[in-house]
Design a protein. Structure first.
Length: 230
């Protein structure tokens, strides 16, 4: 996140906290399906807003604070009008999907199938990012391996093709996919001006994967095999 956007996020968080007279933890997102998400937390709120709200004026923020306090299920017209007026800020995935070359069918696993399963099981089918096998590159003498990654710029999950092997269990790849989908779902969290990838919220949600502990044990046990040392 660029410095001026980071500062804007901190300023927005402070303004909303002041209007609510309660502590606020703000997350700025680039979601295409949810512009506003509110969750009570420890006497305050965890709030997730689309980045269009970084340029919201006082009237919009006041309406937003009333909406948060009122806990109405439907946002008032002033907020809906604001979102509609800034709809060009909402990412359109169609042009990007045409430009991004995806390799989803592996020798043993089809990533889109696994993605859809995880999306249905954990995200109510709301995750709209892309997924593909990554490049098959190995670094000599490395002591760790990155099994998955998420690019916020292209909204794409890449899974290390070293996992496309007969001895790899299905739950292993689904766990890697779930981890990267969380990055897309949670967006960027700002704490004391710092960008945090694996926040407490992230770790809490990550542990909800039903095979979480089993997956961690599998990775530790199979690290040398993944690194090609046995």
């Amino acid at each position: 996140m660029e410095k001026h956007n980071r500062n804007a996020a901190i300023h927005l968080q402070d303004n909303i906290s002041r209007l609510l007279d309660k502590p606020v933890h703000l997350t700025i997102t680039d979601n295409t399906y949810s512009m506003i998400s509110i969750r009570p937390s420890k006497g305050g709120y965890n709030i997730r807003l689309h980045h269009m709200f970084l340029k919201a004026d006082t009237d919009i923020l006041t309406a937003l604070s009333h909406f948060i306090k009122g806990r109405r299920k439907k946002a008032p017209s002033v907020l809906r009008d604001f979102v509609a007026a800034n709809s060009t800020e909402i990412r359109n995935s169609t042009p990007r999907s045409r430009k991004t070359v995806l390799s989803q069918r592996g020798r043993f696993f089809h990533l889109k199938t696994l993605f859809d399963e995880v999306n249905s099981e954990y995200f109510d089918k709301k995750i709209d990012c892309l997924i593909t096998w990554g490049s098959n590159r190995r670094v000599q003498n490395q002591n760790s391996i990155k099994l998955g990654s998420y690019s916020d710029r292209t909204k794409t999950i890449r899974v290390n093709p070293v996992l496309d092997r007969s001895h790899v269990a299905r739950y292993v790849i689904k766990g890697i996919v779930y981890h990267e989908m969380l990055h897309h779902y949670l967006g960027v969290e700002i704490h004391n001006g710092r960008k945090i990838a694996h926040s407490k919220t992230f770790r809490r949600l990550e542990s909800r994967y039903r095979h979480h502990h089993r997956l961690q044990a599998w990775k530790e046990k199979n690290l040398h095999r993944l690194l090609g040392r046995q």
